[in-house]
Design a protein. Structure first.
Length: 481
């Protein structure tokens, strides 16, 4: 494989060599990795993890990043095929972004954004609005994707209230959607794995059918599936006149539910339906924004504009937590009044519009301005699809799909019926474990193995990565291709 960086010998291995040459009483070698992992497991509770898994699944302590590669404490390198939960765009420790953050840290690290402002927050809002285009006119900052969703939900609800329609207090979401983990965002999430336990605490949105082309079944055209789902939404909205604030959609790819993809016609049809029922359209582009689907913003492929655009993750190139909600002046003006009218949007987070994060975001936009990023994504996407193509014939693969630089392989027990592997078998995890041995971070979503690499990957690296995925799937299913 064209792994450009062979694994370096780590301290632990040198010590093993010494032990072999100089026999000593048997004692397990304490590598830098295992030392850090032991300290970590004594004190850190990790996200999205059954901690007991780490009795047999190694924790990987990363000490450095270089481009697409992460380097552990023993010197082993891992290709970050999932952009560290979809945040990294231009590689780890990108020099331009790192310099921008360092420079900003020496001028101003943070100032509250109420009553005060700073040049990076202003410039970033200007440049984001230029990318999004009219009628987007205002940017509200937050500090995580979930927080941006909370902002959009509250703004939409509050808008209708300010406009004299307080009966509008429900939201509509799409089946299989994911919008975060704070209680408001989790309520909108329609993935039982994350939502079910907390159900008693959550708002109950109305759920519209998913436009997911895979779920529609084999042979169903993606455009037909999208139009059928949109018709279902239309019916749902018709049943609740004057009750609904907004519809929440992940444009083009429902990422957390397994990189499920749909046709762009869905969003254009949905825009028309929302307008007809006087319901806001919130686009959650926290995962799919900033080029992932091939366009700067995913909704741009459908030619329509949402009322709220939520962005996060790649906004800072993967350097710092920052998110934002973009909206138009119709929404903004509904809050603009005498203080005593109590129409103001009083939502706040301490780190709203943090100056270091804004500087990282500006440096990220500089890369988009200076380099042909979208062209590169188009080329790499094709290379990735070609490299994964042999998996289309695998007896335990129901579909290989791609949108921009997001590619996914759907593992199933029975290809002819698309019967999934029971989740308890954790086949995707077996692929992950195998990939680690070959030096790739290929964290799955259940039975879906996917890649969403940084844009600085090379075609050769993606070909190698597809080989790792193929061998991992062979390992996980016992069948090669
Ligand atoms: N919305 C989408 C579509 C996401 O994929 C995510 C995270 O994966 C979120 C919202 C929540 O973002 P965060 O994890 O930054 O809170």
């Amino acid at each position: 494989p064209p792994t450009p960086h062979p694994t370096k010998r780590g301290r632990g291995e040198r010590r093993l060599l010494y032990v072999t040459l100089h026999p000593q009483p048997a004692k397990p070698a304490m590598t830098s990795n295992s030392h850090l992992a032991a300290r970590d497991l004594a004190v850190v509770w990790h996200p999205c993890t059954q901690m007991q898994d780490h009795e047999w699944l190694p924790m990987v302590p990363v000490v450095r990043g270089e481009g697409c590669w992460l380097i552990d404490a023993d010197g082993k390198r891992y290709f970050d095929a999932v952009s560290s939960w979809w945040v990294n765009l231009f590689g780890h420790a990108h020099p331009g972004i790192a310099a921008a953050v360092a420079g900003q840290a020496q001028r101003l690290e943070h100032v509250l954004l109420a009553g005060f402002t700073h040049p990076p927050a202003i410039e970033l809002a200007e440049r984001l609005l230029a990318h999004a285009g009219a009628p987007f006119a205002k940017v509200f900052y937050a500090d995580s994707g979930s927080a941006a969703i909370e902002v959009a939900l509250k703004m939409s609800f509050h808008y209708w209230r300010n406009c004299g329609e307080p009966r509008r207090r429900r939201f509509v979401v799409i089946d299989g959607g994911y919008h975060g983990e704070t209680l408001g965002a989790l309520a909108m999430t329609q993935i039982p794995l994350y939502r079910e336990v907390y159900g008693p605490l959550l708002l109950e949105p109305l759920v519209a059918p998913s436009p997911d082309a895979y779920a529609a079944g084999p042979g169903v055209d993606a455009c037909e599936a999208a139009l059928a789902a949109a018709a279902g939404l239309d019916e749902l909205l018709a049943q609740h006149p004057g009750e609904i604030c907004a519809l929440l959609v992940e444009p083009l790819v429902q990422c957390a539910s397994g990189m499920r993809m749909h046709h762009p016609v869905y969003l254009s049809r949905v825009r028309e339906i929302c307008d007809r029922h006087r319901v806001h359209l919130i686009a959650d582009e926290i995962a799919v924004g900033f080029g992932r689907t091939g366009s700067f913003f995913a909704h741009q492929q459908s030619g329509v504009k949402p009322d709220f655009l939520c962005i996060g993750k790649g906004l800072t190139g993967g350097f710092l937590p920052l998110s934002a909600v973009l909206t138009n002046n119709t929404v903004y003006d509904a809050f603009y009044d005498d203080y005593a009218s109590q129409k103001a949007f009083l939502h706040s987070h301490s780190y709203t519009g943090n100056a270091l994060a804004c500087a990282a975001a500006l440096a990220t936009l500089d890369v988009f301005d200076a380099e042909p990023v979208l062209e590169r994504i188009a080329e790499l996407g094709v290379a990735l699809e070609i490299a994964l193509a042999p998996l289309r014939e695998h007896p335990h693969v129901a579909e290989v799909r791609r949108c921009g630089l997001i590619a996914a392989v759907e593992l199933v027990r029975d290809r002819s019926t698309r019967e999934p592997f029971p989740w308890q078998e954790r086949r995707g995890l077996a692929v992950y474990q195998h990939a680690l041995t070959e030096g790739a971070l290929l964290r799955p979503l259940g039975n879906v193995v996917y890649c969403m690499p940084p844009y600085v990957a090379t075609a050769g690296e993606l070909e190698w990565l597809a080989g790792v995925a193929r061998r991992g799937i062979e390992h996980a299913t016992g069948v090669g291709c």
